[in-house]
Design a protein around this ligand. Sequence first.
Ligand SMILES: [Zn+2]
Ligand SMILES: [Zn+2]
Length: 328
Amino acid sequence: MALPERDLFPPQKICMAWQQRRSVGGGLCNLGNTCFLNSVLQCLTYTPPLANYLLSHEHSRSCKEQGFCMMCTMEGHIEEVLSCSGSAIEPTLVVNALPRIGEHFQLGAQEDAHEFFCYAVDAMQRACLSRSSDWDTSCQASTVIHQVFGGFLRSRVTCLSCQAVSDTYEAFLAIPLDIKAASSLTGALEDFVKPEQLDGENGYKCSKCEQLAAASKRLTIHRSSNVLTLCLKRFDAFSGRKINKVVRYPEYLDLGAYMSEVAGEAPLYSLYAVLVHEGSGCQTGHYYCFVKASDGCWYEMNDDSVVLCDIKTVLRQRAYLLFYARRE
Ligand SMILES: [Zn+2]
Ligand SMILES: [Zn+2]
């Protein structure tokens, strides 16, 4: 796809720093295997640019949707959970909307938190596009949701016979990372951008020299996102087994080495949420998370419990999802 030429939402209106400082919000009661949803909701609630936008009520003031709207639902949820510091709420707004977020989600069943994250973000994206279904795909990648979570990957294929280069771009809202060979996040990112050789059966038909030639393919982050969501692929789709090893991750992340090119200073990120899975399979076990609230402190959010903790504890987890925000 092409990179978007106009923006549905002006990027300069994205505000990365908390606009309101409040005490940490409440916990979320478990309504029967809803920890996958609770932990994702807490990570979304403490995503500053998303929360700033929703708490401004800019969306609901102009929303004309008569039926289900995920943006209005999230606005209501975030408002509610941030107003109940010291106690807990039932996340009924989102739980009741579960079949509309993804039809295969079943109430009472444990689901994969990464999958729920993708569906929840996608449902917010659909809500942003509800009045503009005729926008082309590149333009769709410029809603407020894309301006918060989205970026672009570049896939560059270089023909090894004539050195011709062919680039394609793909929008992303989260980046899944293979961790089979890596013991750290930076190692997994290095593997992600490592060139892959295309030859033999995967041969490449070069459009310049018109030969079936060997080629090299490399993925890079072309346009980095304001919020970088990384999923450490702990669940092997084939064996169903979980990769439970420790993968180290930093509080501050420099993305420069994984970008197509860096004009000026490389984007720097700071960690603001970590989602953890405990147990042997993604549809069993327990999910909880750690978030940094607008007071600058870290909290462990485990269903209805909210407990102050320190960054050392946060960095010691066997993380499943990592959330980083671009530093200004
Ligand atoms: Zn709405
Ligand atoms: Zn060629």
